[in-house]
Design a protein around this ligand. Structure first.
Ligand code: MRU
Length: 314
C-alpha cells in the first residue's frame, strides 16, 4: 500500500522488475521477482499484465542486457499510462459537457466519485478524475462529492488532489451517496476500475457496487473510466472470476493518522469483535452506463468493448 491505484501499481511493478535485474539478471531471479511482485496485489490486473509484458521481452534477452532494457520499458510504460489518462480525459469531457448541457448549464455539475482514481493512483491526470480536471479547466463549474472510502480513506487522497487542482469538492461518508442521489444532488457518478472483464463487469474499490445500485435506482448515469491496461480480456464473469483482495482486519478495527510523530493507530472496535476487510467489489455490467476508455466511450458489453478494441478478444 505504499504504492496504490491500479495503473500505478502496474508501472511500479515494472520498475520493481528493473531493480531486480540490477541485482541479478538470471532467469531464476526474473521469475522469482515477477511472481513476488504479482502476489502483492491480486485484484488489479494491471500489475500482472505489465509485469508479464516485460518478462516476455526480458526472457529472450541475454542477462547482461536485461537491466537496461527493463528500465527502458518501465519508462515507456509509464509514458503510455500518461497517454491513456489524457485520452480518457478528452472522451470523458464529452460526457460531462452533455450532462452540463442537459442540466441547462445552471448551478454546478454535481459529480460523485468513490476511492481515488486521480494522479496519485495513476502516473498523471488519473482515470476517473481526469475528465473532472479537464472539465474544470474548460470552465464547467464541477463540484465533486468525495466518498471517504473506508477503511483506507482513499477519499482523502481524492479530496487532497482536488484541492491542489482548485476543484470544488465535499467529503462525505460512504453511505451518503444514495441519499444525495435521491435528493437530485448528483448529476453523474464516475469511478475507476481495477479490473474490467471482457463483458463489461467492473471490479473497483469496495462500495462501488452500492453506489452503482443507488445510481441505477435514481437514474443517475454511472460511468467507469477504464483504460485498456485495466481490461482483462480472459475473464467473462467478474463475480466468479476476479480474485478479491482481502486485507488485514486491523484496518477495520483501527483508526490511523499520520502526523509529525509518524503513523499512529488506535483501536476503536470493542475487544472480541470479528472484522472482515474486503478491499474490492464487482459492479455488474448492467449497472454501468458506459465505459470511458482511451479509444472512446462504449457500452459496458462485449460488443461495446469489441467495437473499440477488436484485438482484445483474440
Ligand atoms: O487499494 P487501492 O488504494 O490500490 O485501490 C485504488 C482503487 O481502488 C482505485 O479506485 C483504482 O485503482 C481504480 S483506477 C485508478
Amino acid at each position: 500500500m505504499q504504492v496504490r491505484g491500479a495503473p500505478l501499481i502496474g508501472v511500479a511493478g515494472v520498475y520493481g522488475v528493473a531493480l531486480a535485474m540490477r541485482m541479478d539478471a538470471s532467469n531464476d531471479l526474473l521469475d522469482a521477482a515477477c511472481a513476488a511482485l504479482c502476489e502483492t496485489r491480486p485484484t488489479a490486473v494491471n500489475l500482472r499484465r505489465r509485469v508479464d509484458q516485460v518478462r516476455d521481452v526480458l526472457i529472450d534477452l541475454k542477462p547482461e542486457a536485461r537491466a537496461e532494457r527493463a528500465l527502458q520499458l518501465a519508462h515507456q510504460i509509464a509514458e503510455e499510462e500518461v497517454g491513456l489518462s489524457q485520452r480518457i480525459a478528452a472522451h470523458g469531457l464529452a460526457l460531462f459537457e452533455k450532462a452540463w448541457h442537459r442540466k441547462g448549464e445552471r448551478g454546478r455539475l454535481e459529480v460523485l466519485t468513490h476511492c481515488n482514481a486521480g494522479w496519485l493512483a495513476t502516473v498523471d491526470w488519473g482515470t476517473a478524475l481526469a475528465p473532472v480536471y479537464l472539465a474544470h479547466q474548460k470552465g464547467i463549474p464541477v463540484h465533486v462529492w468525495v466518498d471517504e472510502t473506508r477503511p483506507r480513506n482513499q477519499g482523502y487522497l481524492t479530496a487532497w488532489e482536488l484541492r491542489q487542482e482548485g476543484v470544488p469538492h465535499t467529503l462525505i461518508v460512504d453511505n451518503a451517496g444514495g441519499h444525495l442521489m435521491q435528493k437530485g444532488e448528483v448529476d453523474l457518478c464516475i469511478v475507476g476500475t481495477d479490473r474490467t472483464t471482457a463483458f463489461g463487469d467492473v471490479c473497483n474499490k469496495v462500495g462501488t457496487y452500492l453506489k452503482a445500485l443507488a445510481a441505477h435506482d435514481n437514474k443517475v448515469p454511472f460511468y467507469v473510466a477504464a483504460p485498456s491496461s485495466s481490461i482483462d480480456w480472459k475473464i467473462r464473469d467478474g463475480m466468479t472470476e476476479i480474485p478479491i483482495e482481502e486485507r488485514e482486519a486491523t484496518e477495520v478495527h483501527e483508526l490511523s493518522t499520520n502526523d509529525a510523530q509518524g503513523r499512529r493507530s488506535v483501536r476503536v472496535t470493542p475487544e472480541g469483535v470479528n472484522a472482515k476487510n474486503y478491499a474490492f467489489d464487482v459492479t455488474p455490467a448492467r449497472l454501468v452506463s458506459a465505459l470511458v476508455t482511451e479509444r472512446g466511450v462504449c457500452p459496458a458489453t462485449a460488443e461495446g468493448l469489441l467495437s473499440l478494441f477488436p484485438e482484445g478478444h483474440r
